[in-house]
Design a binder for this molecule. Structure first.
Ligand SMILES: NC(=O)c1ccc[n+]([C@@H]2O[C@H](COP(=O)([O-])OP(=O)(O)OC[C@H]3O[C@@H](n4cnc5c(N)ncnc54)[C@H](O)[C@@H]3O)[C@@H](O)[C@H]2O)c1
Length: 259
């Protein structure tokens, strides 16, 4: 009998947000997805020429379109701009987070509402905004995946970003509820700490890096986004057809351990 081996994402058309460096989780999702047969379109925020340069380091250079998730015009025109590259979408990755400095590193009791509002708009509400913007291109069997940092607990220094992530986790469940009837799945991957640009902007991040590497039953490599990327690729594939509103931990098993 002839065996036909194909990639996990053969024929899938994916929109991937959140690439800023080649350490970005999104960069590794794009790489794994292409290796598994997907066609990838990237979105970039702000520093477009940098994102375009990084996009060329993928196995297949990917087109980059501009998207600031707080810009209504860019959201409204997203579907048309994506259509210039692919005729529809099978999956969308939300790999976006931002909080002003006052919200991180120990200022939990003093961060002003304006800064907290920015953190929530970019890191939480944007999951809904991106899903709605991409919806005209999606059909039954589609998959939307986002990234969280386990928000069931209060961490040192993560502060208002932790609150924003708790909101994201809830937002994901509500989106799963809203989009399920259209056959679209919505899930999150809860990654352990990874040394990306976003992580480096959190003062004192190394505090729980140490705990993680010591306590995770499988150990944890702070410099390897590939396990997280593979989980995202799996959720974007047809291999989780009945899973929605889920949070999949990719953290070396840390979340399961008390002390
Ligand atoms: N690095 C970690 O330890 C870790 C752990 C768990 C979850 N996460 C989550 O993974 C996701 C990706 O982060 P990363 O660690 O790869 O860092 P990163 O700095 O590489 O990516 C963050 C991205 O957010 C984008 N962004 C910020 N504001 C935006 C806006 N207004 N519109 C559109 N894009 C915007 C940036 O351009 C950047 O590409 C984030 O949601 C982050 O919270 C990271």
């Amino acid at each position: 009998m002839e065996t036909y081996v194909s990639g996990l994402l053969e024929g899938k058309r994916l929109l991937i947000t959140g690439v800023i460096t080649d350490a970005s989780i999104a960069f590794h999702v794009a790489k794994v997805a292409q290796e598994q047969g997907a066609t990838v379109v990237l979105t970039g925020f702000g520093r477009m020429s940098l994102v375009e340069r990084i996009a060329k380091r993928l196995p297949e250079p990917a087109p980059v379109i501009e998207l600031d998730v707080t810009d209504t015009e860019q959201l409204d025109s997203l579907a048309d701009r994506v259509r210039e590259h692919v005729d529809g979408l099978d999956g969308v990755l939300h790999s976006i987070g931002f909080a002003p400095q006052s919200c991180l590193g120990g200022g939990f009791l003093t961060a002003p509402w304006e800064d907290v509002a920015t953190a929530v708009q970019v890191s939480t509400y944007s999951f809904k905004s991106l899903a709605v913007a991409a919806l005209p291109l999606m059909g039954s069997g589609g998959s939307i995946v986002g990234l969280t940092f386990d928000a069931a607990k209060a961490w040192p220094v993560y502060d208002w970003m932790g609150v924003a992530k708790a909101g994201l986790e809830s937002c994901s469940r509500y989106l799963a509820r809203e989009l399920g009837p259209q056959g679209i799945r919505v899930n999150l991957v809860a990654a352990g700490p990874l040394r990306t640009m976003a992580a480096k902007s959190i003062p004192g991040f190394e505090q729980f890096e140490e705990t993680w590497t010591q306590r995770a039953p499988l150990g944890w490599d702070l410099t390897d986004p590939e396990p997280t990327a593979r989980a995202c690729a799996s959720l974007l594939s047809d291999w989780f057809p009945a899973t929605s509103g889920e949070i999949l931990h990719v953290d070396g098993g840390f979340h399961a351990i008390g002390a």
